[in-house]
Design a protein around this ligand. Structure first.
Ligand SMILES: CC(C)(COP(=O)(O)OP(=O)(O)OC[C@H]1O[C@@H](n2cnc3c(N)ncnc32)[C@H](O)[C@@H]1OP(=O)(O)O)[C@@H](O)C(=O)NCCC(=O)NCCSC(=O)C[C@H](O)C(=O)O
Ligand SMILES: [Mg+2]
Length: 285
């Protein structure tokens, strides 16, 4: 699967130990699911969660959703066993928490022994400082910002504008874009606060993230709207493309739409906007 050629507006964490949530997710309009064996599963439930998750994946029913398994860290007593239990499961990627370097990604690649895409949680100071080498790993396909762990490590405060997090978030994006890796924003913990979630989703979209990780079904609609091209963006993209074609036909290289210049590079962005809108519409079919 080409991991970048599809939408990732909403990426929902589901505790791998909870049958009811695993079942509910089948009918939720999310673009991707992270089946979690790490923080959402208590130590006493970790071993059984492998069996529960394997059964849910074998039963299927998740449709077009990208299926990502988050294992426990390879430096924990569960990491290697998670891989052994689930490496042949019907999943699209494995997500490794607490990554510090490209060597950590390689350690998972060695355990998998196949070319299943690997995603990295970007949630330690070393991960941020080594973001470029992590993104460059040939099996690395996606980044997920782990803003709770980052806040813990940085001893920073949660603020609505996420100012203390900006360096980390933007470094994640720079490295992801440099290597064609998907980049998903961190979770918004107050899962009953739709307004605050919308503000944070809009900020993530403005920064350039592909979507947002979520912890509760009630967050899905807000993320799906925030990370999709709006009607106004689609309409503007169409007008930019048409105006540029007209200008080009007249032998000119620069069009003007709504008082702003439109050059070839803007047309490329406009085409990407339309392609994304189509990919989202195709998902709904
Ligand atoms: C946060 C929750 C513990 C709340 O659970 P609960 O009180 O049970 O919620 P509701 O009663 O409102 O649930 C309503 C129904 O929705 C289902 N449900 C709830 N959450 C999910 C979910 N994530 N996926 C699918 N379905 C879900 C319930 O089963 C109810 O269903 P039904 O009875 O059929 O109507 C809970 O939402 C939860 O556990 N969320 C996930 C928490 C999690 O995954 N945490 C780890 C990831 S976050 C993280 O680790 C961040 C990162 O590493 C970092 O460092 O930042
Ligand atoms: Mg974390």
């Amino acid at each position: 699967m080409d991991m970048r050629a599809r939408p990732y507006r909403s990426v929902l964490y589901i505790p791998g130990s909870k049958d009811r949530a695993l079942d509910k997710a089948r009918s939720l309009p999310v673009d991707a699911i992270i089946f979690d064996l790490e923080d959402a599963v208590t130590p006493d439930a970790k071993i059984e969660a492998r069996t529960t998750l394997a059964a849910a994946l074998a039963a299927g029913g998740y449709g077009d959703k990208v299926k990502i398994i988050r294992i426990n860290g390879l430096d924990t007593e569960w990491g290697a066993g998670d891989v052994a239990a689930l490496k042949d499961a019907d999943a699209d990627a494995f997500l490794l928490p607490k990554v510090n370097s490209a060597a950590d990604v390689q350690a998972l690649a060695d355990l998998l022994g196949n070319d299943t895409p690997i995603w990295a949680m970007m949630e330690t100071p070393l991960a941020i400082l080594n973001a470029l080498e992590i993104a460059a790993h040939p099996q690395l396909s996606g980044f997920v910002a782990g803003t709770n762990d980052l806040a813990k490590e940085l001893n920073c405060r949660f603020r609505a504008d996420r100012l203390p997090m900006q360096m980390a978030l933007q470094t994640i994006l720079m490295a992801a874009c440099a290597h064609g890796v998907v980049a998903i924003d961190g979770v918004y913990n107050q899962f009953k606060d739709d307004e605050g979630l919308k503000v944070e989703c809009d900020q993530g979209r403005d920064l350039g993230f592909d979507g947002k990780t979520l912890i509760h079904p009630a967050q899905v609609d807000v993320a799906n709207v925030a990370f999709a091209p709006s009607e106004a963006e689609i309409e503007l993209a169409q007008r930019q493309i048409a105006a540029f074609e007209e200008t080009e036909a007249a032998g000119q290289g620069v069009a003007v739409v709504d008082g702003k210049i439109v050059e070839n590079l803007h047309v490329e962005t406009a085409k990407k906007t339309l392609a994304k809108a189509k990919a989202i519409a195709d998902l709904a079919k």
